[in-house]
Write a protein that binds this ligand. Structure first.
Ligand SMILES: [Zn+2]
Length: 423
């Protein structure tokens, strides 16, 4: 007896049945005769793995698209940080996270990696929504809404690590914000905490040229070199952005098996640059994909992010063979899950059933000659019809199964009014 059967699924041109039990893909074969509690017919649809959004700040969805035409530092210091100091609270984080998770489920994302504040509040929403997340408190040297000193930040992170270390939906992650907001002594304390819990680290690195130059002026080293010398880099280190890495840093990134999370849309909008991701891939560096927050993106669509990623590399390198279809889709799906040792991101027996079904039957999408190419270049995430996470249907034909979408819309309007008055 299966929990869910997807019939008529087109896997590489062959129509097949997919049998799911206990959250796992148990059978892939032309016809599944066994009974099932639930069945979805994928005839004439496109089926693919769900996405892993590997760098975001979900609660910031309440600040969607705020602050235009500014470089990163001005955007942070003049727009985002003042708004955050005014508004960020448990209630803000809850409302923003619910909004972001609803969008992620709607747009086919079933795992996300976050860095923010009040992550306990986020955790209960992630669990209720039925997806998975890597969550962690931002650690900074200056006072924030949750702590006033580096030690207090580390204590919050430690507490969170302890409380969620055995959770099935939450992976607690340590999040030193960046090399320019954490001193060397803070980073050494981060390493002690990491070693105590064998934890993952999620950090912003080399997002802008200016920040790289400043670090070099202060420490005489480039960011990856600097972090490596401190002892921060290993296969559980996840660095967001990584726009400006030199050849030596690329070699260190490969040697230490860190994952670099490419966030092309946010990097473009903030004028931070174009990360030479294809060069990193060819050098053997592990790459995943993230949207960053909606404040700088201005959406959470992994399908759009993936399309931008592929086209940027082709255009930037003047090489249409760079970032081919299968590689781009893998970076947006399997690579993200893999960074956390989660067996998902592919529709294969033994993998977690994190799956999306797209209904492309609309005048804007036809004709379709290559389904994978259409996922990457032509469809957008509004055509996702079904999102399944660990075998559970979370969204199907306009209906959210685990979230109260009317309440989320109502709360978002309330916050929009409040924030509008402060602009
Ligand atoms: Zn970020």
């Amino acid at each position: 007896m299966f929990d869910l059967i997807i019939k008529n699924a087109d896997l590489d041109g062959k129509l097949t049945g997919i049998g799911i039990k206990d959250g796992i893909i148990k059978a892939i074969r032309p016809h599944i005769e066994e009974p099932s509690k639930d069945t979805i017919d994928a005839k004439d649809k496109i089926i693919t793995s769900a996405f892993a959004n590997m760098h975001t700040h979900a609660a910031m969805s309440l600040l969607k698209g705020i602050g235009q035409d500014l470089p990163l530092m001005d955007w942070l210091q003049k727009v985002i940080w003042p708004l955050e100091s005014k508004f960020v609270s448990k209630e803000f984080v809850k409302a923003g996270t619910e909004l972001a998770i609803a969008k992620m489920i709607r747009e086919g994302t079933t795992f996300f990696l976050d860095m923010y504040f009040f992550e306990e509040e986020m955790a209960s929403i992630v669990e209720q929504a039925g997806i998975r997340a890597g969550l962690g408190f931002g650690i900074l040297d200056f006072p924030t809404k949750v702590a006033s000193t580096p030690d207090e930040h580390i204590d919050r992170a430690k507490h969170f690590m302890h409380n969620f270390k055995d959770n099935k939906s939450i992976i607690p992650v340590i999040c030193p914000h960046s090399p320019y907001t954490c001193s060397k002594s803070t980073l050494k304390k981060v390493i002690n905490l990491r070693d105590e819990y064998n934890a993952y680290i999620h950090m912003h690195i080399s997002e802008t040229k200016k920040e790289v130059e400043n670090l070099y002026l202060e420490h005489g080293k480039y960011p990856i070199e600097y972090l490596n010398d401190i002892g921060l880099l290993n296969e559980r280190f996840i660095g967001a952005h990584g726009v400006h890495l030199n050849d030596e840093e690329i070699a260190i990134a490969k040697e230490k098996s860190i994952t670099i999370v490419h966030c092309p849309d946010s990097n473009l909008k903030l004028g931070s640059g174009i990360a030479p991701i294809w060069k990193y891939v060819k050098s053997g560096v592990r790459i995943a994909l993230g949207t960053d927050s909606e404040a700088s993106n201005d959406n959470l669509s992994m399908m759009e992010e993936m399309s931008i990623m592929a086209k940027l590399q082709k255009g930037y390198l003047q090489d249409p063979t760079a970032m081919p279809i299968n590689k781009a889709i893998k970076i947006a799906t399997k690579n993200g899950f893999e960074a956390f040792n989660i067996k998902a991101g592919e529709i294969k027996e033994g993998f977690d059933a994190d799956i999306i079904i797209i209904n492309p039957n609309d005048i804007t999408n036809i004709p379709i000659y290559n389904k994978k190419a259409s996922i990457l270049y032509s469809l957008n995430s509004s055509y996702i019809e079904t999102t399944i996470a660990r075998g559970k249907v979370l969204y199907h034909k306009g209906e959210f199964k685990t979230l109260d979408i009317e309440k989320i819309i109502y709360n978002t309007k309330h916050w929009q009014d409040k924030i509008s008055n402060a602009l």
